[in-house]
Design a protein around this ligand. Structure first.
Ligand code: AGP
Length: 583
């Protein structure tokens, strides 16, 4: 959802900012730009397209100055165009700004500024920030006071980095959209998240909502409500190498393959304190979006089956409207990034009703983790591909461990790492199937019980990167409507671990599809179920509890290879971004 970078220090800013923007590109990639301050002037270079395209056209590295800001955009207000690309400048051209988020009341402020003679060059909401700061500077305010006064007028969420000609500092503001500050030797960086800066530093401070920060080459000062505040510095354990593609053609396939290590690592995570919280809670609400929501659904089944406990799972963006809040509620907020605004807003709602919050996230220092009563980190390492792959299985691994721990049980992990590797070896088979289905435009995914969320996750992956229509259903639901869509040749992907108590019923559902011409792709460790398939994906035997961890992997391969078959870039699916920080 837009990546922001800022730099001030002893080195030339533009090449550094460009490198950080490349590492940030998963946050948005429809346009990009950099502004630097030099010799009392601001220079801006920006354009439409991915960073490499903008760089090829404008030579972004070739800019003077030791202070600068950069941006890679995921458009909200105004189509991707050169004018709407950030940095955005004011009327004087002496102020440049980059923004992530949405200024909800920008239209009224724009009218007011236009009446005062400000000339707008873009359709963005961001531009009102540039002109409003300009206005306050004209009225005699200092740089940081002008930024502070401007952001105080905004409704919505934002992260801003502001550069002004003739100033040896950058001013940053955060409300809802993440901003981190990274410390080097005689140089300070800012970015929307940690991985963008890992090449340069592992020492970070995290801005809180409502903070203003001023950075210069020596360090950072923070203010909140006009008063100075301290923000703790943290050392992060991730390294820059962890966020490299290595010899893989795409991050997506690298991250799928990394599950050989990330799933066993997640199964080693300590969930003792979290299990106590769950046991003590009167009621449990699980929140998440997209893939994280699916992980929550797996947890619901496991908690009911293993521990006899009920929990409700909510799509986070619907939580405020649909949850009944009662005392003693524990909210388990699941979010890979820990920055998803829908999840953050749901957590805020829960907090207003005094719920305790347990965060299940991958990113140490993320907004969600900082605001939670307790944290469990899934330890998947940085995930750069826009589609969640290894983080989904790590979420599920941790939540499986948690559900069993609530019941006083442990996960039987003996030999499981080998099974993960065996499933990863199905890559070639899934590639062949993706090739055979390269001209197919409609897919159905079905499963029962724990496999129903796996089916949903498989369909989401295919939609997300292969742009193919895919529906997922709990298999028993098919006959209540969607069966009318099963026609000759429609592939029905069946998640069918033999250990499931419901697989005999699944057999019935498979036959219903076949009778209407559906072509079955069976994922199973039962030869009886595999025999039903036109395409057979033989899986290693596994307990039903651990089956989502294995059965997800072939579906990730299917999406990845289907994406390549159709000629798309799996790391940067259209219209999407890794971290969704607008509602
Ligand atoms: C997953 O492939 C998607 N990119 C998306 O659904 C994602 O899971 C969702 O936006 C939630 O993200 P989070 O886990 O970082 O909160």
């Amino acid at each position: 959802m837009c990546g922001i970078v800022g730099y001030i220090g002893h080195r030339k800013a533009a090449p550094l900012i460009l490198g950080c923007l490349r590492a940030h590109e998963y946050r948005g990639y429809d346009s990009a730009g950099i502004a630097t301050a030099h010799d009392g002037k601001i220079t801006v270079k920006k354009g439409v397209g991915k960073i490499a395209e903008v760089d090829a056209k404008y030579d972004l590295e070739d800019m003077e100055g030791h202070a600068g800001i950069g941006h890679t955009r995921w458009a909200t207000h105004g189509a991707p165009s050169r004018a709407n690309a950030h940095p955005i400048t004011d009327c004087t051209g002496r102020l440049a700004i980059v923004h992530n988020g949405v200024i909800e009341n920008y239209a009224e402020i724009k009218k007011e500024l236009a009446r005062r003679g400000h000339k707008f060059k873009s359709e963005t909401d961001t531009e009102v920030a540039a002109h409003l700061i300009e206005e306050y500077l004209k009225n005699g305010l200092e740089f940081e006071a002008a930024v502070g006064k401007a952001v105080a007028r905004f409704r919505g969420n934002y992260g801003f980095a502001v550069l002004k000609a003739g100033e040896d500092k950058l001013v940053l503001a955060r409300n809802g959209s993440p901003l981190v500050i990274g410390f080097g030797r005689n140089e300070v960086f800012a970015a929307s998240d940690v991985p963008a800066l890992l090449r340069h530093t592992r020492e970070f401070a995290f801005m809180e909502d409502g903070d203003l920060a001023v950075i210069d080459a020596k360090g950072a000062r923070f203010m909140h409500d006009g008063r100075p505040v301290r923000r703790r510095r943290m050392h992060v354990s991730w390294t820059a190498d962890m966020a490299q593609k290595d010899c893989y053609p795409h991050f997506t396939i690298k991250e799928i393959e990394e599950q050989a290590a990330s799933i066993p690592a997640a199964l080693r995570v300590d969930v003792g304190r979290a299990a106590k919280l769950v046991r003590a809670a009167k009621r449990i609400h699980v929140l998440g979006c997209g893939t994280s929501y699916h992980a929550g659904l797996v947890f619901k089944h496991l908690l009911a089956r293993a521990a006899g406990r009920e929990c409700e799972v909510f799509v986070a963006s619907e939580y405020g409207e649909s949850a009944v809040m009662k005392p003693g509620t524990l909210v388990i907020a699941v979010s890979q990034s820990g920055e998803t605004i829908d999840t953050m807003m749901a957590v805020r709602h829960a907090r207003l009703h005094r719920a305790k919050v347990l965060a299940i996230t991958n990113v140490v220092g993320s907004s969600l983790s900082r605001g939670a009563d307790a944290n469990v980190y899934i330890n998947a390492g940085p995930e750069v591909g826009v589609v969640a792959t290894k983080t989904f299985t790590s979420q599920v691994a941790v939540l499986t461990k948690l559900a069993l721990a609530v019941a006083g049980r442990k996960v039987a992990v003996n030999g499981f790492a080998k099974k993960v590797k065996d499933v990863l070896a199905l890559s070639g088979k899934m590639k062949e199937i993706a090739h055979a289905l390269r001209n197919t435009d409609d897919f159905f995914f079905i499963g029962r019980s724990l496999s129903a969320p796996v089916a949903m996750e498989g369909a989401l992956k295919l939609k997300e990167i292969a742009y193919v229509h895919a529906e997922a259903y709990s298999a028993g639901e098919l006959k209540h409507g969607p069966l009318s869509l099963i026609a000759e040749g429609i592939p029905v992907i069946v998640i069918a671990p033999a250990a499931g108590e419901t697989h005999h019923k699944l057999l019935g559902n498979i036959r219903e599809c076949k009778a209407r011409g559906g072509k079955i792709m069976a994922l199973s460790d039962s030869s009886r179920l595999l025999d039903e398939g036109k395409w057979k994906v033989p899986m290693p035997p596994v307990s039903e509890e651990l089956s989502p961890l294995l059965y997800t992997i072939p579906l990730q391969f299917l999406a990845y290879y289907s994406c390549l078959e159709r000629g798309f870039d799996p790391d940067k699916p259209r219209n999407l971004a890794k971290s969704v920080t607008v509602e």
